[in-house]
Design a protein around this ligand. Sequence first.
Ligand code: NAI
Length: 209
Amino acid sequence: MEKVPRPVIRRLAVYLRCLSNLEEKGVQVVSSKQLASMLQIKDSQVRKDLSYFGNLGQRGSGYDVKKLSQKLREVLGLYKTWSVIILGAGNIGKALANHKRLEQNNFKIVAVFDSDKQKIGRQIAPGLKVRNVAELEQFIKENGADIAVLAVPAAVANELACRLEKAGIKGIVCFAPTTLQCKIPVEYVDITVFFKTLAHTIVNSSYNI
Ligand code: NAI
């Protein structure tokens, strides 16, 4: 398969969310125009994005919602449940541990770690007690885990990323405002980027005149 650009992959995840909503409503077929209007993009963009994965729709009759959802799940690697550990039981760690849509989307949080003695042993979410970060490697060895979330201060993020990589974690979602020096895939989440992008859009849009 041709290498798929990252913006396309990001849009696939959004298409999948729209398709899940349509499936819940019992909709069976969707056109590229309908999908495009849900994302406020051009329908030619939808067709181009989906064409990376073969001929998924039928000219004139649109896409079968169930089949397209299945295909996108497969492409995004969502045919299995990914086990996720969170490092940092602070504001972000706690919010994520209680975020039900993660599990609904095949990302199951299996453990939360912290170094703060006041937090270790406390229940942070249903079925999740905060573990001591000193037990990180042992936990991964015994239980396995695919993905780690770094919701810790930037000053400790790199050291933890190295430990995670050595312990066999396959990828990291990093909330700490830093760049990690590890070889496994990392997705950086920085809410300020969205604000800056929005500010740029506002100052460059006709609404601002
Ligand atoms: P917080 O201070 O509420 O939680 C951080 C937690 O990390 C604390 O419980 C602390 O005990 C724990 N911790 C510190 N060192 C540790 C270690 N070595 N091992 C394990 N746990 C350790 O912070 P908050 O608000 O949850 O933010 C977490 C990170 O995300 C920070 O780096 C912050 O700057 C960043 N942040 C990122 C945002 C984004 O959009 N990406 C938005 C807000 C914060």
